[in-house]
Design a protein around this ligand. Sequence first.
Ligand SMILES: *Cc1c(COP(=O)(O)O)cnc(C)c1O
Length: 362
Amino acid sequence: MGDTEQRYVKEAFETNWIAPLGPNVNGFEYAIKEKLGNSVHAAVLSSGTAAIHLGLQLLGVQRGDEVLCQSFTFSASANPILYLGAKPVFIDSEKDTWNMSPLLLRQAIENRIEEKGVPKAIIAVHLYGMPYKVEAIQRIANEYNIPVLEDSAEALGSTYKNKACGTFGDIGVLSFNGNKIITTSGGGALVSKNKAYTDKAIFLATQARDDAPHYQHSHIGYNYRMSNVLAGIGRGQMEVLQDRVDSRRSNYAFYQNMLGSLKGIEFLNEADGYYSNRWLSCILTPSFEIRERLRLALLDENIESRPLWKPLHLQPIFNECKQFSDGTSESLFNRGLCLPSGSNLCRADLDRVTDCIKKTLL
Ligand SMILES: *Cc1c(COP(=O)(O)O)cnc(C)c1O
């Protein structure tokens, strides 16, 4: 936490705004708008998953529809497709950003059009904070007239060509879960340049009450709005977002500096125009065996590291789903490791990690 979160939370108590609306909710939405660019509107919600669920509905996804989804991601990117009774079609990654492959996306769209019809939406993810190939993906989406839901849950503070991640899709999704770069303990946001989307998201997230003196409903509603107490934490966190990005980027730079010359260890560099928040610092090793040797050596010294996300097309829950894969994300999963990445790591912590890795690989 930074310095001001408790002040905003205290204000919520003092003014008795303990509800899923109030000054902190409005203030947090305003802060998000300022950070992402003023042409963007924000609706803060109870989670990023809730934002994806509402976002897919706003894009018209219904039972039986197909939704193209990046396979290399956390399961929450795709679960809301199933909530709606729609079908995920998984798209593998390319090697430059580890995100959705434009080549496989096009193949998938052409195949689905031939066999079933135009897919209803594309879910592209800025994984670990690295922007996906925004222009290539958008060009394809425009060509086939398919809307993009931009999962920016891990990429708050990242930019592509100086524009904020979260602002590229028809709808963008942010997360403030406890593990993200800033947090409200749990929370998320749906953002869009189209105010009709954020207005409708707020309507659906607050039980879809029609305009009437009594309780009148002509839509299925959800209880997905963010609490004014948690939004107070969010306002304070927005003030330290850039500090957190700086810390995460400095962790990454340290690891790259200390480990970049080790044989077989690879890092994911930023191409021109790409700016990652470096939410997690990840490395690639030459093989599954070496990755496991490293992970266990770190664990032996009480240092937790984790394999990269397991691709969704390999997850039991999704094993019936269509997939367009070329082995890229599977190889990343087998060879990759997320190193300790917290914003509060000190030099001694980082030294312990790199010393252990160097010792293990020599
Ligand atoms: C965390 C995360 C989500 C879900 O956000 P929650 O706020 O935890 O519901 C969705 N997609 C990705 C890529 C995430 O990392």
